[in-house]
Design a protein around this ligand. Structure first.
Ligand SMILES: Cc1ncc(C[n+]2csc(CCOP(=O)(O)OP(=O)(O)O)c2C)c(N)n1
Ligand SMILES: [Mg+2]
Length: 366
């Protein structure tokens, strides 16, 4: 027997399987039928939300969507320069995951980061003003869309290099582990980033040292203009940790309840010292990769089908109406208050002054 196979056969099942999937079967016998570490979220295990949770999820997701729509408008008006990657369609992922965190936990992601910042509770004014490069922005107008941080809110960026945040997030989890502070780091990355080498170096260290990190792969089906099946040999990203014995789950990332239920399992696993966990969020971005993407690699019908059949906000809206937990008028009032808030953010971001030229020499490594 090869050394690796021998090891797997003698490892206790609990070490190689997701907590719920753990059975008395030895790991080797499970491997033949299904991957030992990956599984699909069971729809029946999705916890129903109560009225407060549905309303909170509705408000948060709508806030992100309206923020992004406004950012798209400002970009069109020439007020935002450089790249701008919108998160429209993926809102349920960050909102559901954020519901599982405690103060002191950390969040890190790539460049499609506006939703993550808003979910962390960062001020829409400060985020919008950073997009327009103004003094009141989170990076004093010097970072832009992909480079914002708020230690106070537990948000560690905002990273333009695809995959870089995976090793950084693993480092944040190492700090939590070292300090024994009970913190967990949510490390988000895309399906394209999942093919980067440093991701697997990080997986190895995270499992070896049982770091409290949840890797959230936002599989929105495309990396720029490349469909997942054209770039990935293994398109089930929940299995990407299999050879490191990291448990993984595929989750309906358009259903905020499914995200929260899986998120709770993953965060609890990581927080209790069992090590990393992978959540593959099956999601979809409605807009192009960035504002400059003509999106010729997919049909309008494909986008429309996702919007009409799976929209994360509509799903919550329909449940609120069906259960009579909110009236159409109440939901309209929520939308109106969010629109007001976004108009205020946009006014601030359009009128706040640009940084002074002397700022060129501050906040830099010399
Ligand atoms: C190291 C590196 N390689 C390439 C790029 C260019 N690039 C920017 S985004 C992107 C696609 C990433 O797709 P994915 O990880 O699926 O994230 P999504 O944009 O879908 O959220 C690429 C190749 C980059 N920024 N950094
Ligand atoms: Mg992608």
């Amino acid at each position: 027997m090869a050394l690796a196979a021998k090891k797997a056969a003698t490892k206790p099942a609990s070490k190689v399987a997701a907590p719920k999937a753990a059975t008395a079967k030895p790991a080797s016998s499970r491997a033949a039928s299904s991957p030992s570490t990956a599984r699909r979220s069971d729809k029946s295990s999705i916890a129903e939300f109560d009225r407060e949770q549905e309303l909170a999820a509705y408000r948060q997701m709508l806030l992100i969507r309206r923020f992004e729509e406004k950012a798209g408008q400002l970009y069109g008006m020439g007020l935002i320069g450089g790249f701008c990657h919108l998160y429209i369609g993926q809102e349920a992922v960050v909102v559901g995951m954020q519901m599982t965190l405690k103060p002191g936990d950390q969040v890190i992601t790539g460049y499609r980061d506006h939703g993550h910042m808003l979910a962390c509770g960062m001020d829409p004014k400060g985020v919008m003003a950073e997009l327009t490069g103004r003094r009141g922005g989170y990076s004093k107008g010097k970072g832009g869309s992909m480079h914002m941080f708020s230690i106070e809110k537990g948000f560690y960026g905002g990273h333009g290099i695809v995959g870089a945040q995976v090793s950084l997030g693993t480092g944040l989890a190492f700090a939590d582990h070292y300090r024994q502070n009970g913190g967990v780091c949510l490390t988000y990355f895309g399906d394209g980033a999942a093919n980067q080498g440093q991701v697997y170096e990080s997986f190895n260290m995270a499992e070896l040292w049982k770091l409290p990190v949840v890797y959230i792969i936002e599989n929105n089906k495309y990396a720029m203009g490349t469909a997942v099946n054209r770039a990935s040999a293994q398109t089930d990203f929940s299995k990407r940790g299999t050879s490191f014995n990291i448990p993984g789950e595929q989750v309906d990332g358009m259903d905020v309840r499914a995200v929260k239920a899986a998120g709770e399992r993953a965060v609890e696993f990581a927080r209790s010292g069992k090590g990393p966990y992978i959540l593959e969020m099956l999601t979809y971005r409605y807009r192009g990769h960035s504002m400059s993407d003509p999106a010729k690699y997919r049909s309008k019908e494909e986008v429309q089908k996702m919007r009409t059949e799976h929209d994360p906000i509509e799903q919550v809206r329909n449940r609120l109406i069906e259960k009579k937990w909110a009236t159409e008028d109440e939901l309209k009032a929520i939308d109106a208050s969010i629109r007001d808030e976004m108009n205020a953010a946009s006014d601030f971001a359009s009128n706040d002054p640009e940084p002074d030229a002397s700022e060129l020499y501050t906040d830099i490594l010399r």
